[in-house]
Design a protein around this ligand. Structure first.
Ligand code: AMP
Length: 486
């Protein structure tokens, strides 16, 4: 019975990381390492599927990579030279093990395991159609839709079935699939979520970010191109371009916050881009102050850039405990507040009597900024000026970066002056959208042909959002849902 809609229910929107190894001894152990480097992309659950030439082996569990894959027994069971893995989280609600990836199915062509980073924005519509014609879903994950579309495709080969399936989905997908005849990696036509390819010896590696190649000692070869589908099979690597060519729109928020600073994303060092963002912020929003202080860790590279550009000293005025997860990731507002206190502490002797420029990468609900500004005042700061290294987050992401619904986004509800009052800062300003593009090497956003998906800042969604449109005009699908449910 389908009772919830993905956009009413936070748990269906996920952030994720994917990793795959094609043709290496102890592939699953390499995947566990790769996932460890991608842990920041999802801290709720992790899974690995491997193939030993005859059988598939799967292990999935809630929790961190290190805890899930630390036992020799588990690793011994994940036999084979081919393996894929996935890390994920969802922010609220029940965390069902059945949604943890890789998802696995026995298709007419054989075993099929899939790991997905992104979000399919017509999954609900497709799911209704599939359920009506007899498909039986085992999870509430949008990724399962792809499996059913492959299973029910009328094409003959698995590759053609897979392409047929992808042509029906809209939204963001970086996928790694393991079959009994090889591995398939694919990036949606707009390339919204990242995916890279590397090599170690004869093995081919796919990963969400280059940091995951570094950890296993693999060489970064190139990004999987938007709209490209790569098949590794029988000692060969084949690249396919099954989709009509479109101008790519990779996610700009990967550069602002999501990717690790030591990754190369879309050909740019994330760390260098974040420093350039900080320099832009200093040019656009200067302030008379004594110290530039980052909200660690996410604000640190931008704060270095701000300090270098402004000539103000950079100091660690807030110390972060590394034994707590990302604040945002703790489910429930109560715990989220507690998380901020657990995570950050004021470096009191440094701060007392000083005028501070505080730098963070973004304001979402405003919880972090409110707490941190208060913490600086309690530590005796003379003035607290908040500078945010991205434009105001005004819109939800429907492409795989978890953001709360619009009603919970501070910038969607308040003017900048009202936000300043809310977080109780002496001043507050954000980077402009053109400033963000300048930090990425563009002259400006170019509204006719923006290079990135920046929908969280602009509301300019580069794909149709079928399920969202249906939620806002519920007639047909709701009726269908009731019929299906009944
Ligand atoms: P908030 O406290 O709700 O305003 O969230 C802002 C903080 O969360 C900032 O310090 C960001 O570094 C971090 N953040 C922003 N976007 C996300 C996201 N999608 N997932 C996890 N953390 C985020």
């Amino acid at each position: 019975m389908i009772t919830t809609h993905p956009f009413d229910d936070d748990k269906l929107r996920e952030e994720c990381g994917v990793f795959g190894v094609a043709g290496a001894v102890d592939a699953a152990a390499m995947v566990a390492l790769g996932l460890h480097a991608l842990q920041h992309r999802g801290q709720e659950a992790a899974g690995i599927s491997s193939f030993d030439g005859r059988h598939f082996h799967n292990h999935k569990a809630l929790g961190h990579v290190a805890g899930n894959f630390d036992s020799e027994d588990t690793m011994r069971q994940l036999k084979g030279d081919w393996a894929i893995g996935h890390v994920r989280y969802a922010t609220t609600g029940e965390t069902a093990l059945r949604n943890v990836q890789p998802l696995y199915a026995e298709l007419s062509s054989g075993g099929f395991a899939i790991a997905h980073n992104g979000n399919i924005s017509n999954a609900m519509k497709l799911r209704h159609d599939l359920v009506r014609t007899g498909s039986i879903f085992q999870s509430t994950s949008d990724t399962e839709t792809i499996i059913h579309l492959v299973a029910t495709s009328r094409y003959r080969t698995l590759l053609d079935k897979f392409i047929d399936a992808l042509k029906q989905v809209e939204g963001a997908y970086s996928l790694i699939c393991l079959t009994d005849s090889g591995m398939i990696a694919c990036r949606d036509p707009l390339g919204i979520r990242p995916l890279v390819m590397g090599r170690i010896g004869d093995a081919v590696i796919f990963a969400s970010e280059t940091v995951a190649l570094d950890i296993v000692g693999a060489e970064f070869e190139r990004s999987v191109e938007p709209g490209e589908l790569i098949v590794v099979s029988g000692g060969e690597i084949r690249s396919h371009r099954p989709f009509a060519e479109k101008q790519s729109r990779p996610c700009i928020f990967e550069h602002v916050y999501f990717s690790r600073p030591d990754s190369i994303v879309d050909g740019s060092s994330v760390y260098s881009v974040r420093k350039a963002i900080g320099a832009q912020l200093a040019m656009e929003n200067p302030v008379e102050a004594d110290l530039v202080v980052p909200v660690p860790d996410s604000g640190t590279p931008a704060a270095i850039g701000y300090a270098q550009q402004s000539g103000l000293p950079f100091e660690l005025g807030i110390i972060r405990s590394h034994y707590v997860g990302r604040t945002f990731i703790q489910p429930g507002d109560g715990v989220r507040h507690l998380g901020v206190k657990l995570k950050h502490n004021a470096n009191k002797p440094l701060i007392a009597g000083k005028r501070l420029v505080l730098i963070d990468d973004s304001i979402v609900r405003g919880t972090t900024s409110l707490k941190i500004v208060q913490m600086m005042r309690d530590a005796g700061a003379a003035e607290v000026h908040m500078r945010i290294a991205s434009p105001p987050t005004m819109h939800s992401c429907f492409y795989g970066v978890d953001t709360p619904e619009r009603s919970k986004l501070l910038a969607a509800q308040k003017s900048i002056e009202e936000m300043r009052q809310f977080i109780q800062a002496d001043s507050l300003s954000f980077l402009s959208i053109d400033g963000l593009y300048r930090a990425l090497g563009e002259a400006s956003r170019n509204d006719d042909r923006p290079r990135y998906c920046d929908a969280c800042f602009t509301g300019d969604y580069p794909t149709t959002l079928t399920d969202l449109a249906e939620r806002d005009q519920p007639n047909q699908l709701t009726l269908l849902a009731e019929r299906v449910a009944g």
